[in-house]
Every structure is written in structure tokens, then in C-alpha cells.
Design a protein around this ligand. Structure first.
Ligand SMILES: Cc1cc2nc3c(=O)[nH]c(=O)nc-3n(C[C@H](O)[C@H](O)[C@H](O)COP(=O)(O)OP(=O)(O)OC[C@H]3O[C@@H](n4cnc5c(N)ncnc54)[C@H](O)[C@@H]3O)c2cc1C
Length: 307
């Protein structure tokens, strides 16, 4: 006899969706979240590409998903999962408050930010270096800031910051943005954004008060530049939050779980849903799809052991 039928690790869009589907299947479901329900989506100021409900704030979307999940009986707790062990035909999930058992597990632990690894970055985190515009943007009201990156997150957050600051320098190491064309067009046309392409940030400098300047160097030909800004937002990629799994689950060389579209991992009874899974597109729409698919796979597994 286990404590639960299913344990879901992480309450971002993937985990909350798994909770909705599992609760609705009348499976006893525990969802464990170490930070804030909604995950990365909860800190996104405006979501305009989630079908049917856009545009709305990520916090609002997360709160609606959580409410919907709890209405179907899944229980959300605040705790950190530190490992999973297979014990006979069930799993023991280790967490801060002690072990909890379940017949199946959905890993929906998402991703965290990737660091640039340049001098000054670690030193000035929280004092001018940020990885979250929604959280820290208001500190720079009516000042100039820099954003580093060329993907969707970087461009989206640069646009968000224009509502707060006087100017955004958008620094990207290539000459073309990786982001969706609609975002790239908006960024290039925005009067408050100056794009500094084909440049990287060499170092971040400042004083006890915080960041004061960024030293930029060109990729190939071009001139070095110094930007006098009190804040820099870094959006240079994602790394999966899968270290707590140890060797139990197969991952690729970057740590993303190598489950297929059916979300089944190499361990029968454990599915991987959302951004922590190896996949071509990491968005809310794809995360919720995974959450639903994972419960479909688990339901069949619990029913007849099919994997
Ligand atoms: C700045 C930014 C803007 C974005 N804008 C959009 C957008 O406009 N539209 C869109 O579709 N997508 C957007 N995305 C992407 C979208 O937010 C993600 O694809 C989505 O949140 C992934 O959901 P997830 O549930 O897989 O992971 P996450 O949202 O990362 O959630 C994972 C959760 O698991 C928890 N967790 C991790 N490890 C543990 C552990 N050991 N124990 C307990 N809990 C754990 C984390 O705390 C987290 O809450 C944006 C992302 C960023 C960073």
C-alpha cells in the first residue's frame, strides 16, 4: 500500500496539468513544488500565445491552473524533492519532510537559467545582475538597462522592460535573433530598444552599490564598447532541473530527460513532462500537452503494467 497513486514533482504548467488529469481520473495525487506554483510561467508578465485565454499574466494563468487542479482533488505541498528510489513495485520520493511513496511518478521539474560565466556575474547577482525581468525590472524604473540573449525569453523580457525603463540595450552574440519573427520585428521597431548584435559581454563591473558598467567585445570585426548601466538581465539559455534524479533516469548530455512524445522514461512508472524533457519547443502549450500525456501513460501502467 503506497501513500499515493501518483506523485508529481514540480507545479509548473506541466505538473499542474498532470495534477488536473490525475485528479480527474480519481487517482490519489500529490504535487510537490519547491518554489512557487506556476513555475517559469508564473514569473512571465504577459502570455499572449496560450490558446483561448491570452493575453493574461503568467501569475493569473498559474493561479487558474492551480485552482482547477485542486478542484479535482490533487493535493499541492511545498517541499523539495531530493531523490527517487525504486522499491519493489513502487517508488519512494525523498523530500525535505521525509519519504513519501507512490505507484507512479511524473517528473515535471522544468528548467532554470543558464549562467554566462563571466567575471562579475556571480558577484553582482541581486545587485544589478538579474535573471527575471518581472521580479527585478521595477528597481530600474526611469533608468537604462541591458538585456543579454537572442531567444524568445530575451526579446519578450526586453519588450516588457520598455514599459519601466528609459532605454534597453539588447546584446546578442549573433547578427540574427533566434526568437519568433513577430518578437524580432517588434524589438527592432521599438524606439526604446537599441540592438547591439554580434557582441558579447566580456565582464560586469561595479562597486559596493552594485553594477555600474558592462564591457562588450565584438564577435569578429568591430569595436569594444562600454555600457554604463545599473542593471543587466541575462537570458542565455536553460538548464534542466534534473540533478536530483542521480542515475535513475536516462538523460541526454545536457541533463534533459530522454523520454519520447509519450513522456515515458526508461523506468516503467515514471514519466517526464514539460521543459525537463528533451524536446524541440519549450512553451506552456507543449508543457501542458506533456502533463496530460504523462497521466494517460501512467493510467495505463497502473491499470495493466503496460509500458
Ligand atoms: C522569461 C520567460 C518568459 C516566457 N514566456 C512564455 C510565453 O509567453 N509563452 C509560453 O508559452 N512560454 C513562455 N515561457 C516558457 C514557459 O514558461 C515554460 O515552457 C513552462 O513554464 C514550462 O513548464 P514546466 O512545468 O515544464 O516547467 P517550469 O515552469 O519550469 O516548472 C517546473 C517547476 O518544478 C519545480 N521544481 C523543480 N525541481 C524541483 C524539486 N526538486 N522539487 C520540487 N519542485 C521542483 C520548480 O520550482 C518549478 O516550479 C517563458 C519562459 C521564461 C523564462
Amino acid at each position: 500500500m503506497t501513500d499515493h497513486d501518483v506523485i508529481v514533482i514540480g507545479a509548473g504548467p506541466a505538473g499542474l496539468t498532470a495534477g488536473i488529469y490525475a485528479g480527474r481520473m480519481r487517482l490519489s495525487t500529490l504535487v510537490i513544488e519547491m518554489m512557487m506554483p506556476g513555475g517559469q510561467a508564473a514569473i512571465t508578465h504577459l502570455i499572449e500565445n496560450y490558446p483561448g485565454v491570452s493575453p493574461l499574466s503568467g501569475a493569473e494563468l498559474a493561479s487558474r491552473m492551480q485552482e482547477q487542479m485542486e478542484s479535482f482533488g490533487a493535493v499541492l505541498v511545498s517541499d523539495t524533492v531530493t531523490g527517487i528510489e525504486r522499491t519493489g513495485d513502487h517508488f519512494t520520493v525523498m523530500r525535505g519532510s521525509g519519504p513519501t511513496t507512490a505507484r507512479a511518478v511524473v517528473i515535471a521539474s522544468g528548467t532554470g537559467y543558464r549562467e554566462l560565466g563571466i567575471p562579475g556575474e556571480k558577484e553582482f547577482v541581486g545587485r544589478g545582475v538579474s535573471y527575471c525581468a518581472t521580479c527585478d525590472g521595477p528597481f530600474y524604473r526611469d533608468q537604462e538597462v541591458a538585456v543579454v540573449g537572442g531567444g524568445n525569453s530575451a526579446l519578450q523580457e526586453a519588450l516588457y522592460l520598455t514599459g519601466l525603463v528609459t532605454k534597453v540595450y539588447l546584446i546578442h552574440r549573433r547578427d540574427e535573433f533566434r526568437a519568433h519573427p513577430v518578437l524580432a520585428e517588434r524589438v527592432r521597431a521599438h524606439e526604446k530598444i537599441e540592438c547591439i548584435c554580434s557582441h558579447t559581454v566580456e565582464s560586469i563591473e561595479g562597486s559596493g552599490a552594485g553594477v555600474e558598467r558592462l564591457n562588450l567585445k565584438p564577435v569578429g570585426e568591430g569595436e569594444k564598447r562600454v555600457l554604463e548601466v545599473p542593471g543587466v538581465f541575462l537570458f542565455v539559455g536553460l538548464k534542466p532541473k534534473t540533478e536530483f534524479l542521480g542515475d535513475l533516469i536516462e538523460t541526454n548530455e545536457w541533463g534533459f530527460i530522454t523520454a519520447g512524445e509519450d513522456t515515458r522514461t526508461n523506468v516503467p512508472g515514471i514519466c517526464a513532462a514539460g521543459d525537463c524533457r528533451e524536446k524541440p519547443l519549450r512553451q506552456i502549450a507543449t508543457a501542458v500537452g506533456d502533463g496530460a500525456t504523462a497521466v494517460f501513460a501512467i493510467e495505463r501502467y497502473l491499470d495493466d503494467g503496460e509500458w
